[in-house]
Structures are given as structure tokens and as C-alpha cells.
Design a protein around this ligand. Structure first.
Ligand code: BGC
Length: 385
């Protein structure tokens, strides 16, 4: 059910992009007679799609949407998941190169670990698109499709402030003045996005920490102290348990937690529930942020347990990756909307950034259900059907 829904949506989004590409003309400077045009431009051939893990449903949706859209255009697709294991992903990319892929679309596990694979891709003229996560330390990355990752972090912090009543949802000043005890979590240190999320969040929270409205009671505010390797839910749960034991004894309560990903949020929530915090936010459960609009977390938001998440429409990201791949195969520069932000250590990789939205309980319907991302039944059940 779920995959059909994602496939249909991806195909629809892709058709719109392909039509736009056909009518809009490309940015390339090659002799147009060299480059086939329109839907037949890149028909056939193998595209390798390397995704990090199937333990998080967003990557499953991403993979399915990219595969479906490419197949619709006549490509063969080698879609691989690497179980969050770096050597496995390196081997998979090697194999895609050996199998004759024309383009690689890669969501890296460790953004620095693929340099030798990308060198052999470049030697064979294979184009490389970094998908969602920047691939670092390599000149051989042709394009990057992602969301505005710094802004995602700003949105996560904003949702925390809104939940605490320090800000209103429209960004204006709220009535609450604190002080509120909060704790901070960040994503995997080897994922370039994690730093962007954390920086966006901390730039937003710091003025309130400085003014005493927010208190990070554990004192753990450095990225290295709060990062969770490979975004693992059980590691986040354990860290929250440790924080509760070390810092929140004798009646002190944590009132908010900055969490950068729904899986981590669920681990944090489990730790808080096990420690006896009230069942719902209305009754005093702490404000917990998130990311990805995973269905289990959307249910928790609907049930007044998790306060918010960030919706990044993976269907749009998949469509953007595909249209970028088509451009590269036609010898053109993909359309970029950011050519300054994403320095991978060797070069600034031209990028296309998509927008994200904060999901609260009161806009689940308009953002997630009306757009066909989840059905009302799935939200009620907390599982994809
Ligand atoms: C993605 C997030 C995701 C996280 C964990 C990041 O690179 O941008 O959407 O929550 O990885 O999978």
C-alpha cells in the first residue's frame, strides 16, 4: 500500500519535472545536437542508488521513489541498502561501478568514506549525485540534492521553543519566561547533516540560554558530547536514562529535549516514560522535537506525547535527484539554487535545497494527510499500511 502510494506520487512529481525540463531548456553549453532531448534523452542504462539503511522508513521511501521514477524513464536501477555498515556501502558502490552504472546516487553512511570509489567512478566518466547527505573529501561529487539542513535545525529548535511557550507558532514572542531545563541531542558525527542541524538549532537556542530562559542542566552543550553515532535509537535512550540519573534527581525535572531525528526522539521518550514522567504533554510530559515525520512519531504527536517533527518530503527529493541525473547524463549542469554553502573539504558542491516544514498536532492533516504522505488510518495506527 505504502510503496504504491509513494511510487505513484514520485512518478507524478517526476512527470512535472520532466515536462518543466522539456519546456524550460537547460543551462548546459554543449552543442544541443550532441545531447538527446526530452524523455528519450537518457533512456536506458544503469543507475546505481546507494542508501544507508532500512531501519529508518525515510530511506526506504527515498529508495523506492528514486527507483520508481528512474524506471519510469526507462533506466535500470540497482538499489542497495548497506545496513549502516561502511564497508558494505563501499562494496556496493564498487559493484555498481563494475556493473556499468552511468550515474551513482548516493546517500552516504560516513560522508568521508567513499573517496576511492568516487575516484574510480570519475576515471570511468560516471556522474555522482550526493543524495541528502554531502559526500566529503572528494572532488568527484558532481551535484548535491538535499534540504536546507541549517534551516531544519532552526525549525527543530523553534518547535522546542514553541512547545515551551517561549515562542508562538508564528515566531512571535510567547508568554513563558522559564527557566526551563532542557537537554540537547545531535545526530551522527560522520553525517555532514548532523552539524548543520545542530548549528541551526544552537544559533536559535543560544540567546535563550544566555538570558537564562533555558538551562542545559547537564552542562552538555558541545556537539561531541551530545552526538549519537549512526543515529541509533537505543543509544539515545541510554544517554537520556543516564542524564536522568546523573542530573534530574531530587525533584528536578527536564522540560524539553532537542532531538534531531524521530528515531532518537522515540528512544528519549521511552526513557522519560520509564522514569515516570506524566503520560501526555498536557499533563506535563517534556517537549521533544524530531525529524522525518516517521509514522510512529506522527502518531505520538497526534497522541500529545511528542511535540513536533520536521517534514521533509522525500518524494520531492527523489524527483530532484532524478531530474539532476537526467541533466548530468545530457551533458548539462543540473539546476542549482545554492552554490556557496556545501564545501565538502575539496570543493563547493553545487546544490539544490528543498524546503521543510514543522509538523505540530494541529497541522498533521494539512501537511501529511492532505498531501498523501500518510493516511488518517496510518496516523491513528502509527504504522504504515
Ligand atoms: C537525514 C535525516 C535523518 C537522519 C537519520 C540525516 O542525514 O537528513 O533526515 O533523520 O539522517 O537517518
Amino acid at each position: 500500500m505504502k510503496s504504491r502510494k509513494f511510487l505513484a506520487a514520485a512518478a507524478g512529481a517526476l512527470m512535472a519535472l520532466t515536462l518543466a525540463a522539456c519546456s524550460g531548456g537547460g543551462a548546459g553549453t554543449d552543442d544541443p545536437s550532441d545531447a538527446p532531448t526530452g524523455g528519450t534523452a537518457t533512456e536506458g542504462g544503469l543507475v546505481g542508488v546507494a542508501m544507508p539503511t532500512q531501519t529508518s522508513e525515510r530511506w526506504i521511501a527515498d529508495g523506492e521513489a528514486v527507483k520508481a521514477g528512474l524506471e519510469e524513464l526507462g533506466f535500470d536501477v540497482d538499489l542497495q541498502y548497506a545496513n549502516d555498515d561502511i564497508p558494505t556501502q563501499s562494496q556496493q558502490v564498487d559493484q555498481m561501478i563494475t556493473n556499468g552504472a552511468k550515474v551513482l546516487i548516493i546517500a552516504a553512511i560516513d560522508g568521508t568514506a567513499l573517496s576511492s570509489q568516487l575516484q574510480s567512478a570519475a576515471d570511468k566518466g560516471i556522474k555522482v549525485i550526493a543524495y541528502d547527505r554531502l559526500i566529503r573529501d572528494s572532488a568527484n561529487v558532481d551535484f548535491y540534492v538535499t534540504f536546507d539542513n541549517y534551516k531544519v535545525g532552526v525549525q527543530q529548535a523553534t518547535s522546542l521553543l514553541v512547545g515551551l511557550g517561549v515562542l508562538n507558532a508564528d515566531g512571535s514572542e510567547g508568554t513563558a519566561t522559564g527557566p526551563f531545563n532542557i537537554e540537547l541531542f545531535a545526530g551522527s558525527p560522520d553525517d555532514n547533516n548532523a552539524g548543520f542541524f545542530f548549528n541551526g538549532a544552537m544559533d536559535t537556542l543560544q540567546p535563550f540560554i544566555d538570558s537564562g530562559v533555558l538551562v542545559v542542566k547537564s552542562g552538555q552543550t558541545d556537539f561531541e558530547q551530545v552526538a549519537i553515532l549512526r543515529w541509533q535509537q537505543d543509544v539515545a535512550q541510554k544517554r537520556m536514562e543516564d542524564l536522568l540519573t546523573s542530573t534530574y534527581t531530587g525533584g528536578d525535572k527536564v522540560q524539553g529535549v532537542l532531538s534531531p531525528y524521530d528515531g532518537l526522539s522515540r528512544g528519549i521518550i521511552t526513557a522519560l516514560q520509564n522514569a515516570g514522567y506524566p503520560a501526555t504533554i498536557s499533563d506535563g510530559f517534556p517537549i521533544v522535537s524530531g525529524q522525518d515525520a516517521e509514522i510512529a512519531s506522527v502518531k505520538l504527536i497526534n497522541d500529545d506525547v511528542q511535540f513536533a517533527t520536521i517534514f521533509k518530503d522525500t518524494r520531492k527529493l527523489a524527483a530532484q535527484a532524478i531530474t539532476s541525473a537526467e541533466s548530468l547524463l545530457a551533458g548539462e549542469e543540473p539546476e542549482a539554487n545554492d552554490t556557496t554553502t556545501y564545501d565538502n573539504g575539496v570543493k563547493v558542491v553545487p546544490s539544490y535545497l528543498l524546503e521543510s516544514d514543522i509538523v505540530y498536532k494541529d497541522n498533521i492533516q494539512s501537511l501529511l494527510i492532505d498531501s498523501g504522505y500518510w493516511t488518517a488510518d496510518e496516523v491513528a495506527a502509527g504504522v504504515a499500511s
